[in-house]
Write a protein that binds this ligand. Structure first.
Ligand code: BGC
Length: 251
């Protein structure tokens, strides 16, 4: 099935048409800057632009950088706080005239990796971390997703929130070299390992494509791998989510 997958991030909104049987992108990825401020209306207008760009009229899956509980954003770290409590699927569906289904962006990336990528067939506990404007987290136990974990907001020993210390946006604004940033990220991974003992850690988001530049700084025991889809995992997973919600509402 072909579904438009969209990854809504703090700095860019990226979309592509996904074949949900193979997990492949069947179009080029199209990216539009996230409007500032990223209000519900402004983001919905960008989604509508993406739908027009792809000349799309089918299902749309959206990964969104917030905990989404029963269709409503509950947090807003890197997006306008006016999203909190908005009926996001209704807003996006009305703006695009397509059926839109939205989930947390890290949960989306995790779905893609467990289905087609580095987590496929992996039992036990898998932790996926997306490294972008913020730090997104998702856990799977024997393939089952635990939604809306917000462990990028965990406080580290230095008193800082993990995503204010070791996200990709911090690397850019503080102009950190990959090795220096890698040490910071490893401090976060070390805390996560002590608390959750994952069997496998997968890294997605913008920084995942530079894994070679910082992997030397990673000292945790669990195997750490870049996502097979790198930073496209969110797009693919959002499409899978829309498919699962749509078939659920059909039954
Ligand atoms: C948000 C998460 C999101 C992550 C990555 C965090 O700031 O709270 O919901 O998954 O950023 O975008």
């Amino acid at each position: 099935m072909l579904i438009l997958g969209v990854d809504i991030g703090g700095s860019g909104i990226k979309g592509a048409v996904v074949d949900t049987v193979t997990g492949e992108l069947v179009t080029e990825r199209h990216r539009i800057e996230t409007p500032q401020p990223a209000t519900p209306e402004a983001v919905a207008a960008i989604l509508a632009q993406l739908v027009i760009h792809f000349n799309w009229s089918g299902l749309v899956g959206c990964g969104f950088p917030a905990a989404i509980q029963h269709g409503m954003p509950r947090t807003a770290a890197n997006i306008s706080p006016s999203f909190i409590g908005t009926n996001i699927d209704k807003l996006f569906s009305e703006a695009t005239k397509c059926s839109c289904y939205t989930l947390n962006d890290a949960d989306a990336a995790g779905m893609a990796e467990m289905h087609f990528g580095e987590g496929a067939g992996q039992s036990g506990v898998v932790l996926l971390i997306t490294i972008g404007t913020g730090l997104g987290t998702v856990f799977f136990t024997d393939g089952k997703l635990l939604p809306n974990t917000e462990l990028g907001h965990m406080y580290l020993k230095n008193g800082k929130k993990a995503e204010h210390y070791a996200s990709d946006s911090v690397r850019k604004t503080e102009d950190l070299r990959w090795k220096r940033w890698g040490k910071r990220f490893n401090a976060y991974l070390t805390e996560m390992e002590k608390l959750f003992w994952p069997d496998l850690i997968i890294l997605g988001g913008g920084a995942s494509k530079h894994f070679d530049k910082f992997k030397g700084k990673i000292t945790v025991e669990a195997p750490v791998k870049p996502a097979a889809f790198l930073n496209q995992a969110g797009i693919v997973g959002a499409a899978l989510y829309a498919q699962s919600k749509n078939s659920f509402s059909d039954n």
